[in-house]
Design a protein. Structure first.
Length: 415
């Protein structure tokens, strides 16, 4: 199986090389990283890889812990997606610590080898289940410990992986340690695992710091959005096709009962902005783009840039997380919770099932089944007929981040 994988990767690499090499030679950061050109002054202690936004946030909690323990650590972070890279820049470029960034290399032997030669890490750390055979084989052959954190394997993925059991076992046995979310994840990994130490520590997303949400901060954010400080605010984040229609149905009903009601829509992918704008216009509704001056007291706002969601959630009276009213599986349900906002979400949560259960168990939000259900929940919330709890940390609990962090420091001889 790995033989055919490498043939496929090689074909892709050579087909794309002319274009990608040209881009890289002109200084394009993405393609420099993809081809393995990484500029660091000296070897790093840890190479951390995250696919996109959620995984990058997990790394941010871990990096904060590690740097607090030892500020001399040198860490390099790679991401697969543009959104992940943007999030990493927001988190890490303002840091005074030794944190460098690049895009993840293509999983082709040449690119992977060049990246390892540049970084020369003491340890490779991969967030969640990013399985890149050539990355893992190269790291292992160089004697570099490979650690999986926040590991997960869904029932759906498990069925697919069983078809390539021998090949996957050959890859996974090269890891040094698995830190997994749940017992179910452990059982599924154990089906392929032969001797790699594994530990269930919980979801590191639950270790996010609670934001300092004050009345003054909420007012400041609302005013900066061009809306009244006391306006009821509903923030819909990471929305997907098919969800905006339902949200607009909801907006039209609630607006009739609450004339000051404001809804902010932040789509998951910004290349859909024009389509969403056309959808809004087709309904005869007026809106403004986030940074535009609110000349006509618009109550529908469309976000046209990345990196704002966490701030907007801090001002929201209640929030919605997308990818849940359509069959996507859900995005980060916990982000608004950590920002102090109750959250509602649809029933498609197979990617974030543990977070959905945590939220409902603690009354930090609710699952909704359809547009009418969501509308009714919001009306009851603004009528104060539904009251949600505020998030608080259990200081007695040893966090997954702390467990993983202590292991890493010991593994690279910084403990």
């Amino acid at each position: 199986m790995l033989f055919f994988y490498n043939i496929f990767i090689s074909v892709i690499y050579f087909i794309a090389f002319v274009f990608t090499n040209s881009k890289a030679r002109r200084g394009n950061a993405k393609w420099l990283g993809r081809l393995g050109t990484v500029n660091v002054d000296e070897p790093v202690d840890i190479w951390m890889h995250a696919s996109s936004v959620g995984e990058t946030r997990v790394l941010s909690h871990l990096i904060t812990y590690l740097i607090n323990e030892n500020q001399a650590l040198k860490i390099h972070v790679t991401t697969m997606t543009d959104a992940g890279q943007s999030t990493a820049k927001d988190f890490f470029t303002s840091s005074s610590c030794n944190i460098s960034l690049s895009y993840f290399p293509l999983d082709y032997k040449t690119s992977i080898k060049k990246t390892f030669e540049s970084l020369r890490p003491k340890l490779l750390l991969i967030a969640e289940t990013e399985i890149w055979p050539n990355l893992i084989k190269e790291g292992n052959s160089n004697g570099i410990p490979i650690v999986l954190i926040n590991g997960r394997m869904s029932a759906k993925a498990f069925k697919k992986y069983k078809l390539i059991r021998k090949s996957l076992t050959n890859i996974l046995k090269r890891y040094d340690h698995f830190f997994l979310k749940t017992e179910d994840d452990l059982n599924r990994f154990n089906y392929f695992n032969h001797g790699v130490p594994s530990k269930v520590v919980g979801d590191m997303k639950f270790d996010a710091p609670i934001k300092n949400r004050s009345i003054e901060k909420v007012k400041e954010i609302k005013i900066n959005c061009g809306i009244k400080a006391d306006a009821p605010l509903f923030v819909a984040g990471s929305t997907r096709p098919g969800e905006e229609e339902q949200l607009l149905d909801c907006f039209e009903v609630i607006s009739r009962q609450y004339p000051d009601f404001v809804m902010i829509i932040a789509p998951r992918h910004l290349d859909r902005l024009e389509n969403i704008a056309q959808l809004i216009n087709s309904r005869g509704l007026s809106f403004k783009i986030y940074n535009e001056v609110n000349k006509n007291n618009e109550r529908l706002i469309l976000v046209d840039q990345l990196g704002l969601l966490n701030r907007l959630y801090m001002a929201a009276d209640i929030s919605f997380v997308g990818g849940t009213l359509v069959n996507i599986g859900g995005h980060n349900l916990l982000e608004p919770v950590w920002a102090g906002s109750p959250v509602i979400f649809g029933s498609s949560v197979f990617n974030v099932q543990d977070a959905a259960e945590f939220i409902q168990k603690n009354n930090y939000g609710l699952m909704v089944n359809n547009t009418d259900n969501m509308t009714n929940i919001l009306l009851k919330f603004f009528d104060r007929k539904i009251i949600f709890e505020k998030i608080s940390k259990d200081s007695s609990r040893i966090s997954a981040t702390e467990i993983v962090g202590k292991y890493i420091l010991k593994r690279i001889n910084y403990a």
